[in-house]
Design a protein around this ligand. Structure first.
Ligand SMILES: [Zn+2]
Length: 181
């Protein structure tokens, strides 16, 4: 059909034409909470680092600050290209809530998310993302590119980096140094 072919050539128009507005509805407490969670994540990251994984850990908190998903890198252990800490935590939280929407939640992670994870967080409508150290080479929330502000993002997340950033950076640098030896 000529009409359908023409529509196909023009490309899918998407469900929403309006520019993305902030849609986060998170209410959880700030600052001190982030740092205490980040300290726990760094300890977990350290443990998986000793097992040969890149030391990254993540947690999903609900609107009241309760942990609903928890993850660390398991790419090597499971030989899973999707085994990044953020996706592991996100899957666990989705199973627990029987929902793929996270507008009222916060994800904390020790390293700025890569393009795969940042894309998944936008798709999951994550309300807020807090990360430790930025990643100028692969970070996709402002470090190398910013998928949260890309025109393709139909959802605006609140993003904040640098929470325990120095500790997270030192931990990763030490891990890569050890691995190079
Ligand atoms: Zn990732």
């Amino acid at each position: 059909m000529a009409g359908a072919a023409a529509a196909g050539a023009a490309g899918y128009k998407g469900g929403m034409q309006r520019p993305a507005q902030p849609t986060a509805t998170v209410e959880i407490p700030e600052a001190a909470t982030w740092e205490s969670w980040m300290a726990r994540l760094l300890r977990r990251a350290d443990a998986v680092g000793l097992e040969g994984e890149v030391p990254v850990a993540a947690v999903v908190l609900d609107r009241r600050g309760r942990c609903i998903g928890w993850g660390s890198n398991r790419r090597h252990r499971h030989q899973d290209p999707l085994g990044h800490a953020e996706l592991v935590a996100l899957r666990q939280a989705a199973l627990l809530r029987s929902s793929w929407r996270f507008n009222d939640c916060t994800l904390l992670v020790t390293l700025e998310p890569c393009p795969m994870c940042a894309g998944a967080l936008v798709q999951a409508r994550m309300g807020r993302v807090i990360y430790g150290t930025g990643d100028p080479k692969r970070g996709a929330l402002g470090g190398c590119l910013d998928l949260s502000r890309d025109p393709s993002a139909h959802h605006r997340m609140v993003v904040r980096g640098g929470i325990c950033g120095d500790q997270a950076r030192v931990q990763l640098e030490a891990w890569f140094r050890r691995r190079r030896r």
